[in-house]
Ligand binder design. Structure first.
Ligand code: ADP
Ligand code: ZN
Ligand code: ZN
Length: 735
């Protein structure tokens, strides 16, 4: 919607974004300007011509028209990093809603200048033999943190301080203790120095197999021709994706380019970072959540000034202001954390595609279990698919058993561990090997299922499970369909029908009852609230300080534990029956990852998936590590039900203090689009989590094959919101 007037920002520094100036849009420019356009405007007393960006349009102005000046010119070409960032933000606004300012704030670094940032490096001062001797000593005395650090120092001559205190989970006291004993010293400087210095030859040349070379050669060829590419690499863990990334980056850098590598925070492990550091040394920088805003700003400045060429980090590292961006890598592209939970609710994958168009960079996505969305794009020819089938770690995949929990009940086993899983845990205890028990608590339980036949009560319209509300009613969170809670199973009449409950604490308790003296570690939202505790728990487990690690999805990612030879998925149904259309995809991906945790060392692993729905394709395909099979089933379901990526989906969430007014606003807004006959509007209904912190949440959805139609529907809803200016908050989500 363009108006007579435009609001323009003249300085796109983060903190000056809210200062806009009003200008008249001359009739002759009406067609060539849009939100995000760069324009020349007369500014200040002398009417000096300066550059600005349009952030919004309006038909009225707070100022007298006679006092307003006109836009002087529209600039078309893409000039430099600012233009690119504003264009990217404009794309995000158009796709995900909200204001351009909100998008700009997401894209631009917060300008926070620290006095001067000091970089600390830990440097080894003793020789390898003494370090190794000390290491042995610490192991004997159970000084695990010191041992961990010394072990790293056997290979590396110097390591960045932050990498040790962050990802390696070593405390400042531990470092001090080694310093006091003359084994290391800490060097402070104002600039980065070669952050990881390994013993000669340990970084070495990359060995690449034929499969891997296939990818890197094809990229090199495109690079030589000055073309950009879009690749999707489907490769199981250990198939050498990281080595491929390193080679691709190497080539991009040699061609004078720069690279962004996105890795989910949870998978950004010490080992992975060390590999990048040891190859690229001081040209690498890492953005992560432990950095202060001043440090983040510092990193962005260094990127902009060309002091570094590679930025590694989670989602927001995508916005690194590289002037010569040539390559964007998204590892574990299926990860949910690439989707922002705040307005604009962007997905890094989609924004990366736009960024590649604006910058001419190539995109490489990698995953062991590609998202249905990315695979769909590859099948449609938007991405070139590469598959890595060989594993280079010399390990074979574990044997996977599916335990049908209905049979367990029938056989009189009412506990939460199947007979197969109990036997395996016991066996590992006797051998001194470790087990991991995984409780798949994505979303939350709340569905009703039958323990005798496995039946789950689902919405007849949406094919997702209904969830139980306190008043005893089952509700669909997509369309609002409701039925009273049944007392008997509608399929087999069993009375064993009820809410599905299980928590990590319960699992731990039961385990301790069954096996007195068993050493357990638990990792979930409760035990990882403290900073660093995530790394601490994992390191403790890696040090064999427990027999069993029990946890939520956090434990299935990233880390390798060579002594883990048994993995149990306690209740695959937890995520299988989450109240969202992606439940099958999430389950498959988590099961494949969980199973893959068993047998990472030289001993063969075994895994047990416990479920009431052993015939479900997500379970069967995970058992056989059959991605293709899973994809075919899943995409058929999406196509039949009109869910993404077969169609687009726009959801509108209304949040407010008073349930009645939230509900009625949701209905009013839904009506704006419901009158459009050829449009499918679902809901409004209470959201999957209907109330958070006393704020009620209602949601409605639209599904359509046309992206354009949905985006124009959103604009109509946004216009209505402007008209009503309600006190409730409204959030759009476009998929
Ligand atoms: P991914 O990122 O797919 O999980 P990695 O790149 O971490 O896989 O590779 C797993 C292990 O295999 C690493 O130790 C790596 O050094 C090794 N590796 C990778 N490619 C090869 C190869 N072509 N030949 C031998 N070893 C390899
Ligand atoms: Zn039943
Ligand atoms: Zn429904």
């Amino acid at each position: 919607m363009k108006g007579k007037y435009a609001d323009i920002i003249v300085d796109i520094a983060h903190e000056k974004l809210d200062r806009t100036f009003s200008y008249i849009v001359p009739e002759s420019f009406k067609d060539s300007v849009d939100i995000g356009s760069a324009v020349m405007i007369p500014f200040g007393r002398g009417d000096r011509l300066i550059k600005g960006y349009i952030v919004s349009f309006s038909d009225t102005s707070d100022y007298d028209e006679s006092r307003l000046k006109c836009i002087n010119d529209v600039i078309d070409e893409n000039n430099g990093i600012d233009d690119r960032m504003v264009k990217l933000a404009a794309y995000m606004r158009a796709r995900y809603g909200g204001t351009l300012i909100q998008s700009l704030k997401t894209v631009l670094p917060m300008r926070k200048k620290a006095a001067q940032i000091e970089h600390r490096t830990v440097i080894r001062t003793a020789d390898t033999e003494s370090i190794t001797a000390e290491y042995g000593e610490c192991i004997r005395k159970h000084r695990t943190a010191q041992a961990r650090l010394l072990n790293e120092l056997r290979e590396a001559e110097s390591l960045p301080y932050e990498l040790l205190t962050g990802k390696l989970g070593v405390s400042a006291q531990t470092i001090k203790a080694l310093e006091a004993r003359g084994l290391i010293r800490i060097e402070r400087s104002l600039s980065y120095r070669n952050p990881v210095k390994l013993k000669d030859g340990s970084a070495g040349e990359l060995l690449l197999s034929k499969e891997q070379l296939n990818i890197t050669d094809s990229y090199k060829e495109a690079l030589d021709k000055g073309e950009s590419v879009r690749y999707l690499i489907h490769g199981i863990t250990g198939s050498g994706k990281t080595n491929v990334y390193i080679k691709l980056i190497d080539d991009a850098l040699k061609a004078g380019g720069q690279a962004i590598v996105l890795i989910p925070e949870i998978a950004l492990t010490y080992q992975t970072l060390k590999r990048f550091y040891s190859h690229f040394g001081e040209r690498v920088s890492v953005l992560n959540s432990t950095l202060s805003p001043a440090e983040k700003y510092d990193q962005c400045k260094r990127a902009e000034n060309g002091e570094i060429d590679i930025m590694i980090g989670p989602r927001s590292a995508l916005f690194t202001p590289f002037k010569k961006l040539k390559l964007i890598i998204i590892d574990e592209e299926h990860e949910n954390s690439y989707k922002s939970e705040m307005t604009p609710k962007y997905h890094a994958r989609d924004v990366a595609i736009r960024l590649s168009e604006l910058s001419g960079a190539s995109i490489v996505l990698g995953s062991a279990t590609p998202s249905v969305d990315a695979y769909y794009k590859a099948k449609a020819g938007e991405f070139t698919l590469f598959t890595l089938k060989e594993r280079h770690t010399g390990q074979t995949l574990p044997d996977v058993w599916v335990a049908d929990m209905r049979d367990e009940l029938m056989a009189g086993n009412k506990s939460m561990f199947s007979r197969r899983l109990s036997a395996l845990i016991e066996d590992r205890l006797s051998k001194g090997e470790q087990s991991m028990l995984f409780l798949n608590r994505r979303g939350y339980a709340g569905f009703i299922s039958c323990r005798e036949c496995g039946e789950v009560i689902k919405c007849i319209h949406c094919d997702v499970s209904l969830s139980l509300h306190k008043n005893g009613i089952l509700v669909c969170h997509y369309c609002g369909y409701e039925i009273p809670r049944p007392r008997l199973c509608p399929k087999c009449n069993s009375k064993y029908i009820g809410e599905f409950k299980a928590g990590t604490e319960q699992v731990e308790e039961k385990l301790k009852m069954l096996y007195p003296g068993i050493r357990t570690l638990r990792m979930d939202g409760d035990t990882t609230k403290k900073k660093d505790s995530y790394e601490n728990i994992l390191s403790a487990f890696a040090n064999n300080e427990a027999d069993v690690l029990i946890g939520t999805q956090m434990i299935v990612k990233g880390h390798d534990f060579p002594n883990v030879t048994c993995v149990g998925v306690i209740a695959a149904d937890m995520s299988l029956n989450a109240q969202e259309y992606t439940a099958g995809e999430r389950t498959f991906e988590l099961l494949v990852q969980a199973v893959g945790r068993a047998g990472r060392g030289d001993k063969k692993g075994e895994a047990v998936i416990q479920t009431y729905q052993p015939e479900h394709y997500a379970v069967l395909c995970a058992q056989n590590q059959d991605y293709e099979g899973f994809y075919e089933e899943e995409i058929a379901f999406r196509e039949i039900c009109g869910y993404p990526p077969a169609a687009h989906m726009l959801s509108v969430m209304i949040m407010g203090k008073y349930e009645e007014s939230v509900k009625s606003l949701a209905e009013t807004l839904a009506l704006v689009v419901k009158c459009d006959k050829d449009f499918k509007v679902v809901g409004p209904a209470p959201a999957a989590i209907g109330k958070i912190n006393d704020v009620y949440r209602y949601v409605f959805y639209m599904k359509d094959e046309s992206e354009r139609k949905l985006l124009s529907a959103r604009e109509r809803i946004e216009d209505e919101i402007k008209k009503l200016s309600p006190t409730e908050q409204i959030q759009f989500d476009f998929i």
